[in-house]
Ligand binder design. Structure first.
Ligand code: 5AD
Ligand code: SF4
Length: 451
């Protein structure tokens, strides 16, 4: 039987008034394309439109005054419509916006957003932010299945290790990513609810907790004392739970690696010496186009501080190759950064266009064959690093959290502090942290004997 259509948020209409040159005509088309995936279709008539964009031109005499008088008329329409609950958003774009932005906001308070031509790529972000503030939902056209949008969910204890969701959503708006649109604004659970769930899991035999969130280290939930708790403070509190042996968290954004959090890696033994910290690219130019808000130097210095605090910390990362505008030289910078840092493991992806994200509309899309070649070169390097990291464990004694019997009879298996699977000869004492001498390593796992 056919499914009835899902009753999503209403579709919205967009009317763009374009003044001036051919460049503005082109930009208006681009703005319409950028907003289509947020549910906006173009309307001929401005009187009924949910959003009106004035794409202005500064060349003619008295251009600014003309914009203000047009804004006066739009304000009247906006005010007439308000009592019926049909809000109209007014956006001023183009060269007058660039030149007179502050003046427009001061003189025309009915304007919701002023955006200059250099910032059009941020239009989806700004519209999504404004919608969040007014509590409105956007009818996004993002595909329901989003492989980049997934996190494992809080799982009930089946074994010794469990995931616990503490945070959802993201306010970072990397230009390639759908999460800020599909998952919405950053939201942190309360400290009390997290502690309760963590204690419940530990009571069922869980010994290792992985705290989850799209931007987990941006956590800022309400504490029982009424204050907002930082992520480091939450970790410190969770570490006090008796019976809990190990804490991990994923995924982090470099900008939220505070000194407090970095310091905690050196102070709290339950915090495992393994961190997944996506960098995405080694090129400052590409990082800027990605709106990552950090450059390669910032990433390097975070890693340096982490290693100073916890010398045995191992790092994992996410990388994208073939982001729009990525030249051979940018890609070489990514390889150089990876060589320099040395990752214990990594996820790497070919850039894939997600309609509705700013990067999807950027010029300089990279050819598929080029992406494939870059990804192969990057993955070769990453595999070598992963293998070298595993091989470097041979001869060391690692504490292994035993999860169950191993593949072969007489074997137990569990995880090292670095998340490697370890198989070793022993009776499986589930939940014990057992010292194991590592005798063998492959790309994906370790073997050992009881130490
Ligand atoms: N194309 C390629 N990789 C992406 N990621 C997210 N969106 C995209 C995209 N459009 C990757 C990023 C992120 C990881 C979860 O998925 O590297 O960190
Ligand atoms: Fe997406 Fe992560 Fe960037 Fe947020 S920080 S927009 S989840 S890639």
């Amino acid at each position: 039987m056919a499914q009835p259509p899902a009753a999503g948020p209403p579709r919205r209409t967009l009317h763009i008034e374009t003044y001036g040159c051919q460049m503005n005509v082109y930009d208006s088309q681009r703005m319409a394309e950028l907003l289509a995936p947020l549910g906006y279709t173009q309307a001929e008539n401005r009187d009924n439109a949910d959003m009106v964009i004035l794409n202005t031109c500064h060349i003619r005499e008295r251009a600014t005054e003309k914009v203000f008088s047009e804004l006066g008329r739009l304000r009247e329409i906006k005010e007439e419509r308000a009592p019926a609950g049909r809000a109209m958003k007014i956006v001023v774009a183009g060269c007058v916006a660039q030149a007179e932005g502050a003046e427009i906001l001061r003189r025309a308070p009915a304007v919701d957003l002023v955006i200059g031509p250099r910032s059009y790529h941020r239009l989806p972000e700004l519209i999504a932010r404004a919608a969040r503030e007014s509590g409105e939902r956007l009818a996004t056209d993002f595909a329901a299945e989003e492989k980049f949008d997934e996190l494992p969910k809080t799982r009930h204890a089946e074994g010794v290790a469990a995931f616990l969701s503490i945070q959802e959503g993201c306010d970072k708006f990397c230009t390639f990513c759908v999460v800020p649109y599909t998952r919405g604004a950053e939201f942190s659970r309360s400290v009390a609810s997290i502690i309760e769930e963590a204690e419940g899991l530990v009571a069922q035999g869980v010994r290792e907790l992985t705290l989850l969130g799209q931007n987990v280290n941006a956590y800022h939930g309400a504490g029982p004392d009424g204050a907002e708790w930082s992520f480091a403070r939450l970790l410190r509190r969770l570490a006090r739970i008796e019976g809990l042996a190990r804490l991990r968290y994923t995924t982090s954004h470099p900008l939220e690696m505070t000194d407090e959090l970095i310091g905690l890696h050196g102070e709290e033994p339950k915090l495992m010496p393994y961190l997944h910290l996506p960098v995405q690219s080694g090129s400052d130019r590409i990082l800027k186009a990605m709106n990552r808000k950090h450059d390669a130097g910032v990433y390097r210095s975070i890693v340096e501080k982490l290693r100073a605090a916890r010398p045995d910390i191992a790092l994992s990362t996410d990388l994208i190759v073939g982001f729009p505008g990525e030249k051979a030289a940018d890609f070489e910078e990514t390889l150089a950064l990876v060589r320099e840092i040395g990752f214990a493991s990594a996820f790497s992806f070919k850039y894939s266009r997600r309609p509705g994200t700013p990067a999807a509309a950027m010029p300089g899309q990279v050819a598929e064959a080029e992406k494939t070649e870059r990804l192969a070169r990057l993955q070769k390097l990453l595999s070598e690093q992963q293998r070298a990291f595993n091989v470097a464990q041979i001869g060391r004694v690692l504490p292994v959290l035993v999860a169950g019997p191993g593949r072969k009879p007489g074997q137990a298996q569990g995880r090292s502090p670095y998340l490697q699977g370890v198989h070793f000869e022993a009776r499986p004492e589930i939940g014990a942290e057992t010292p194991v001498r590592i005798v063998g390593a492959t790309m994906s796992s370790l073997t050992g004997v009881l130490a």
